[in-house]
Design a protein around this ligand. Structure first.
Ligand code: PMP
Ligand code: GLN
Length: 384
């Protein structure tokens, strides 16, 4: 294989899910809900599958979904979007990210990234010839040091990748932090690729604020969303990119050779879903907020203190003081033993780092039935 990609193993999500299945563990590792997802959205998809056209949809996506993405952006963020020239449908946020990075990065371009980061970013950036420049976020607050941020930018910076809300840190970027980033992007005349797949999963009365909505950022930002998170249907892989025509155009060139298109019946159902009433979006966040509190309290009472979770469906726990952790055991080894011996799978946070990873943090997904969360806590209590 090529030297860049052959350096990477199987993704941690796949590896931990496999280990969990083999050992009959409760899988709080890989991020996916364990319910059926939005029922009416499933019905629309089923009808579209049986009654609709199942041939190639247009390369940019079904007009009805592109219109829905534009309407959603105006409704939630006051963003004015021209659906015909500024929206493209992709096969999940994963493909949207790959299309943006392949479409925009030239060999030698620098890309600013925050650690911890989602696992697909860096391999794709490297494969596109880009050079990653990392900024560390410091736990437990995952704050950004303005001097570190400024130092990561240079005249060769092409773009910054921002994940907001942030997986696995469960951080929602504040307006001040976003402004700090926008100032750098504008000063260095570069772009921002914003992975906002968890945009509707924010807690405690927070509102998601897209970087794209800040002054001067509308023409410099590519905003990515995903039906997987918004409708609890992670297997569908329907994503979307919104950007000014001049930015979307090179990205569409990558998309037309990566996947070209996305199943039309799923696109039709997601278009329906994006127009759901405010109660749907409110209940989604409220239900997850209650699950966050349930699992966080359970983890704390079993001896695993947790860091704040402001958004996403993840919570990070600190294993540094945990009883039964072996002296030589890092987060990855601990997660494997937790899966095989305690029967609860989690994800080591070190998997979200390219360098200098912390080894005392592990991530749990709480988008599960209450009874499953409770069983997991019982197993952990018995184990520790
Ligand atoms: N970005 C982040 C931060 C994620 O956590 C995920 C995972 N689900 C994705 C992108 C991928 O989204 P999709 O399943 O729509 O490809
Ligand atoms: N985004 C999911 C997570 O962070 C996993 C997606 C995947 O398995 N690639 O757990």
């Amino acid at each position: 294989g090529n030297a860049i990609l052959s350096g990477y193993g199987t993704t941690i999500f796949e590896a931990m899910s496999r280990l969990a299945a083999t050992h009959n563990a409760i899988n709080l590792g890989q991020g996916f809900p364990d319910d059926r997802g939005a029922e009416d959205v499933l019905q629309v998809a089923a009808r579209a599958l049986l009654e609709g056209n199942n041939q190639y949809p247009p390369m940019m996506g079904l007009p009805v979904l592109r219109q829905a993405v534009a309407t959603h952006a105006a409704r939630f963020y006051g963003l004015e979007v021209d659906w015909e020239r500024e929206v493209m449908v992709t096969s999940g946020a994963t493909e949207a990210l790959a299309a943006c990075l392949f479409g925009l990065i030239e060999p030698g371009d620098e890309v600013v990234l925050f650690q911890p980061l989602y696992d697909s970013y860096v391999p794709i950036i490297r494969r596109a010839g880009g050079i990653p420049r990392f900024v560390r976020l410091q736990p437990p607050g995952w704050t950004v040091d303005p001097a570190d941020l400024a130092a990561a930018f240079s005249p060769r910076t092409k773009l910054v990748v921002l994940n907001n809300p942030l997986n696995p840190a469960a951080k929602v970027w504040s307006a001040d932090e976003l402004q700090l980033l926008a100032d750098q992007v504008i000063a260095h005349d570069c772009l921002a690729v914003c992975d906002e797949v968890y945009e509707h999963l924010v807690f405690d009365g927070r509102r998601h604020l897209p970087l794209m909505a800040l002054p001067g950022m509308r023409e410099r930002t590519l905003r990515i969303g995903s039906a997987g998170k918004t409708f609890s249907l992670t297997g569908w892989k329907v994503g979307y990119v919104t950007a000014a025509p001049g930015l979307l155009q090179p990205v569409s060139k990558a998309h037309q050779y990566l996947t070209f298109t996305t199943p039309p019946n799923l696109q039709a159902a997601v278009a329906y879903g994006l127009a759901k009433d405010d109660a749907y979006f409110g209940l989604l966040a409220a239900a997850l907020e209650a699950k966050r509190d349930r699992l966080s309290a359970g983890l704390a009472s079993s001896g695993l203190p947790v860091l704040p979770s402001q958004g996403t469906y993840f919570v990070v726990a600190d294993i540094s003081g945990v009883g039964g952790r072996r002296a030589t055991e890092d987060d990855a080894a601990f997660c494997r033993r937790l899966t095989t011996d305690a029967g609860v799978a989690a994800i080591p946070v070190s998997a979200f780092y390219e360098q200098d990873a912390p080894t005392h943090l592990i991530r749990f997904c709480f988008s599960k039935q209450d009874a499953i969360l409770d069983s997991a806590v019982i197993r952990l209590k018995e184990f520790f």
